[in-house]
Design a protein around this ligand. Structure first.
Ligand SMILES: NC(=O)C1=CN([C@@H]2O[C@H](COP(=O)(O)OP(=O)(O)OC[C@H]3O[C@@H](n4cnc5c(N)ncnc54)[C@H](O)[C@@H]3O)[C@@H](O)[C@H]2O)C=CC1
Ligand SMILES: C[C@H](O)[C@@H]1OC(=O)[C@H](O)[C@@H]1O
Length: 259
């Protein structure tokens, strides 16, 4: 088990990629805390799934765009488990919309959730890790952010979204520098197109879906579980102890497929 007796928190952990990370972390021996936005039954079912595996989990509701949600989530974990070892910043939204008539509230909300939320959450987690201090092996914890292939390339209907994903990647690079001396590693995963609720409507268009599939050398769109292994690897100090400020594309090869 790669995360035996470690504590892992994940934002937006009730479904999609966050849930797959939470469940795999529990399989790897971690105690898990899940932040979720509003769907209580999805959060309860994630906690139930982890407990059925013999793991420990709790879920706490909180809008990541609200700065108060971050210390509340971290404090709940410390109360439940005494410490945190890995913080996974995953929560995000992508309301597809054209550029020229993009409503101001959609831009603002996307930035607040995806980028500001990541900042508040990672800062609260880092402060907790710093206060815990370094263990005998020199590590105090790790942060993994779910950025995107969209940090590197654009999307016609994602002009408000792709800058937030570039921002999250940049946040991991800068926090890797700021937190290295405290024994905290910060890395990003960059998923390609993964089948979740975030793109269900967009990919309901068969033409778009088969175009996206056709771009992928491995021949299929991603599943949430495809992200779990890479995140656990980056979280694991025995496996990735010298990895910080790094980004890992998890896209079936889509990014490199020019022609
Ligand atoms: N599905 C994909 O193709 C890709 C997704 N991503 C990123 O992966 C992350 C997870 O998305 P998916 O699992 O795909 O979508 P999803 O829609 O299944 O999950 C998003 C999660 O974020 C939570 N969330 C949304 N707004 C929130 C808020 N204000 N406060 C707290 N939680 C909130 C949702 O409740 C949900 O649990 C996002 O950051 C997304 O940008 C990145 C690249 C590709
Ligand atoms: C939601 C999209 O399908 C998804 O989001 C990303 O970050 C990827 O680039 C995909 O476009």
């Amino acid at each position: 088990m790669l995360l035996k007796d470690k504590v892992l928190l994940v934002t937006g952990g009730s479904k999609g990629i966050g849930r797959a990370i939470a469940v795999q972390a529990a399989r790897q021996g971690a105690k898990v805390g899940i932040n979720y936005a509003g769907d209580e039954s999805a959060a309860e079912s994630a906690v139930k799934e982890i407990r059925a595996l013999g793991g420990e989990a709790f879920a706490l509701r909180g809008d990541v765009a609200d700065p108060a949600s971050a210390p509340a989530f971290v404090n709940a974990a410390v109360e439940a488990y005494g410490r945190i070892d890995t913080f996974v910043n995953n929560a995000g939204i992508c309301p597809f919309h054209g550029f020229l008539d993009m409503p101001v509230d959609v831009v603002d909300r996307t930035i607040k959730v995806n980028l500001n939320g990541a900042y508040y959450m990672c800062q609260a987690a880092a402060n907790q890790m710093v206060s815990q201090g370094k263990k005998a092996n020199g590590f105090a914890g790790s942060i993994v952010a779910v950025s995107s292939i969209s940090a590197l390339v654009g999307g016609e209907f994602q002009t408000h979204y792709t800058p937030t994903k570039a921002g999250v990647l940049s946040l991991m690079q800068s926090t890797a520098i700021a937190l290295g001396k405290h024994g905290i590693r910060c890395n990003a995963v960059l998923p390609g197109t993964i089948l979740t609720d975030i793109n269900k409507d967009d990919l309901a268009d068969e033409k778009k879906r088969s175009y996206m599939e056709g771009r992928i050398p491995l021949g299929r769109l991603g599943q949430p579980e495809d992200l779990a292994g890479p995140v656990i690897f980056l979280a694991c100090e025995e496996m990735a102890g010298y990895v910080t400020g790094a980004s890992l594309l998890v896209d079936g090869g889509a990014f490199v497929n020019l022609q």
